[in-house]
Ligand binder design. Sequence first.
Ligand code: HEC
Length: 100
Amino acid sequence: MKTALIIAAALLAFAGTASASQSLAQKSGCLGCHQVDKKVVGPAFKDVAKKYKGNAKAEEHIAGVVHNGSKGVWGAMPMPAQSQVKSDDAKALAKWIMSL
Ligand code: HEC
């Protein structure tokens, strides 16, 4: 009984984190160009996670992309720097993307 409660609480906490990052992506303006599992203007975040899987510097790289933009990695369309995003938020977004 107690175990079930702990598991339920853990699941809730997990779901909470996932949607918090989705809404952070929304708030940060990422979802205008990106979706989790579909290419829009930019690559699907799941494809990004796949590309950098196993790369120890992936989160650092992605947080850097948020602030510096990116071009020529996924296609002809460049990503403009999102300098309005706070660096803690950029790190949280990078972590979330790599968890997809
Ligand atoms: C105006 C459209 C636009 C917005 C807004 C945007 N992106 Fe992008 N993003 C792109 C495009 C286009 C690319 C592909 C760039 C390339 O080929 O190098 C990209 C690439 C990326 C990549 C992969 C970079 C790489 O080196 O592989 C990541 C990660 C990413 N975006 C994250 C984000 C996050 C997080 C946000 C929100 C803070 C965001 N993007 C906002 C258009 C956008």
